[in-house]
Write a protein that binds this ligand. Structure first.
Ligand code: FES
Ligand code: FES
Length: 172
């Protein structure tokens, strides 16, 4: 059957088998291999993507269920301004070792910070509790997410100060 899915802002129309899982649609049909597939039991969470702004394990979703919907994958994190703060955080705080769990962790982290700009260590650990890092790098993953949240908060403060300053410089 034909489906139409908007992935990272781009619309894709493809004829697929109704039984195809979203993770395989992304990886094998669209070639977006940033989303990983790590288990057959819906446990590892390395396949996490956003479906209409909500993180889902893409191995538990049929591709046909995404028909007419929006999907965001790790390839959609960076934009024309550069890497997302979450990606920068993983670099700064060594949040990855082998990197296999990283795409899913980053998609969950991005969602968390969007909904809770100042997450505690506990909040972060709870958010990623459905995801497994086989390298057991949780300590640095938590630090990376905290770095991203703090970095974004600091950046937002600077930009609001800058806009206040430029507003006050505008002659009445
Ligand atoms: S691939 Fe393991 S939970 Fe989806
Ligand atoms: S960095 Fe290797 S699985 Fe998490």
């Amino acid at each position: 059957m034909e489906i139409s899915v908007t992935v990272n802002g781009r619309e894709y129309r493809r004829d697929i088998e109704p039984r195809l899982l979203l993770v395989h649609f992304l990886r094998d049909t669209l070639g977006l291999t940033g989303t990983h597939w790590g288990c057959d039991t819906s446990n590892c969470g390395t396949c996490v993507v956003w479906l209409d702004e909500v993180p889902v394990k893409s191995c538990t979703v049929l591709a046909v269920m995404a028909d007419g919907h929006r999907v965001r994958t790790v390839e959609g994190l960076a934009d024309s301004d550069g890497l997302d703060a979450v990606q920068q955080g993983f670099i700064q705080c060594h949040g990855l070792q082998c990197g296999f769990c990283t795409p899913g962790m980053m998609m969950t982290a991005r969602w968390l910070i969007d909904h809770n700009p100042d997450p505690s260590e506990e909040d972060i650990r709870e958010a990623i509790s459905g995801q497994i890092c086989r390298c057991t790098g949780y300590e640095n993953i938590v630090r990376s997410v905290r770095w991203a949240a703090e970095h974004e908060a600091a950046r937002a403060e600077v930009s609001s100060e800058t806009s206040e300053t430029s507003e006050s410089e505008v002659p009445a």
